[in-house]
Design a protein around this ligand. Structure first.
Ligand SMILES: *[C@@H]1O[C@H](CO)[C@@H](O)[C@H](O)[C@H]1NC(C)=O
Ligand SMILES: *[C@@H]1O[C@H](CO)[C@@H](O)[C@H](O)[C@H]1NC(C)=O
Ligand SMILES: *[C@@H]1O[C@H](CO)[C@@H](O)[C@H](O)[C@H]1NC(C)=O
Ligand SMILES: *[C@@H]1O[C@H](CO)[C@@H](O)[C@H](O)[C@H]1NC(C)=O
Ligand SMILES: *[C@@H]1O[C@H](CO)[C@@H](O)[C@H](O)[C@H]1NC(C)=O
Length: 274
């Protein structure tokens, strides 16, 4: 018991010693969640730097936030987030000293789930790929998909690897693949992403074109060609009799034939006379 107490005292004094001299960045909050407030102020107070501070800046997800770079020996800096819901991420303040000092503040929000495309078209017998993405911090730890029916029943959740369905999920996104599509697959699909703060969803509308519908453009061209050929054919067919009629109608034709027969007659006569 005595030993334990002595150990505690030593540990406590060590902590005190370090707290007094070690460079440390004190943040107003390690973690920010949207509760009653929609905006948040992040602050960092750099105490006991080992070398002079020449400036500081803020980063979000490892990337420098524009217009946050400031020169000067300030040991204190603030960054205001206007809307936590759409600006969640892993933030950090960075003090320019030797070595650089950095401290993280996690700004967390409900998942922000967005369909990659809100409307998908696919052909019967083909496969459809529906993709939802998570654009928030923390990313989604859990995904689920269901087909939205008018009944709104809870049993419509799609299980991975059943029938023609498969689901591939990463914290970033989730893909629902439906194989061998048929007409009944058309409809609205809801993806739900969950993180430690809660869940959110989005909806994708799937249209399934019948095989025949997929052929329509081709059939259209074929029909066009057939009509064109028919028109040309009929035109040609009509033109020939017209030309013959033209010859028949001309007044010179009978004359010609007359003269021809006359000549013939002459020849015949001549032959006869010989
Ligand atoms: C949010 O507001 C409710 C009442 O409106 C209050 O009881 C609660 O303590 C507040 N929470 C925080 C984190 O401020
Ligand atoms: C920063 O921390 C120091 C030491 O704890 C304190 O004296 C000072 O008031 C703090 N500065 C701000 C702006 O909070
Ligand atoms: C679905 O099942 C396949 C294989 O059966 C697996 O590779 C994949 O990780 C599973 N997806 C999910 C979200 O569990
Ligand atoms: C999420 O996707 C983006 C690109 O869209 C990529 O840069 C990032 O590394 C991914 N994150 C994870 C955790 O896979
Ligand atoms: C989903 O995210 C992973 C990384 O987490 C990425 O490799 C993949 O390409 C993404 N898939 C889609 C369909 O965007």
């Amino acid at each position: 018991m005595r030993l334990l107490w002595a150990f505690g005292v030593i540990l406590f004094s060590f902590q005190q010693a370090f707290a007094g001299t070690e460079p440390v960045i004190v943040v107003n909050s390690k973690e920010v969640r949207p509760q009653n407030q929609t905006s948040a102020t992040l602050s960092c107070n750099f105490t006991n730097p080992v070398s002079p501070v020449t400036g500081h800046h803020w980063e979000k997800n490892g990337k420098t936030i524009e217009n946050t770079k400031k020169d000067g020996a300030d040991h204190y800096t603030e960054y205001i987030i206007s809307k936590i819901e759409t600006n969640s991420g892993k933030y950090s303040c960075v003090f320019h000293s030797d070595p650089q000092a950095k401290e993280f503040i996690e700004v967390k929000s409900l998942p922000h789930i967005v369909a990659h495309k809100h409307s998908e078209n696919a052909n019967e017998n083909d496969k459809a790929m529906l993709v939802c993405e998570c654009h928030s911090y923390p990313l989604a730890t859990d995904w689920s998909w269901r087909k939205v029916t008018d009944l709104g029943d809870e049993d419509a959740y799609i299980v991975n690897g059943t029938e023609r369905y498969s689901i591939k999920s990463t914290p970033n996104n989730s893909t629902l693949i439906i194989m061998d599509l048929n007409n009944e697959d058309a409809g609205n699909y809801e993806c739900t992403g969950k993180n430690e703060l809660g869940q959110a969803e989005d909806i994708i509308h799937l249209r399934v074109r019948s095989r025949l519908a997929a052929l329509w453009p081709f059939l259209g061209i074929v029909a066009e060609v057939i009509v064109l050929v028919a028109i040309i054919f009929i035109y040609e067919k009509r033109r020939k009799p017209d030309e013959i009629n033209d010859d028949d109608d001309s007044g010179s034709a009978p004359l010609k034939s007359n003269s021809a027969t006359n000549h013939k007659d002459k020849n015949v006569r001549q032959r006869n006379s010989n």
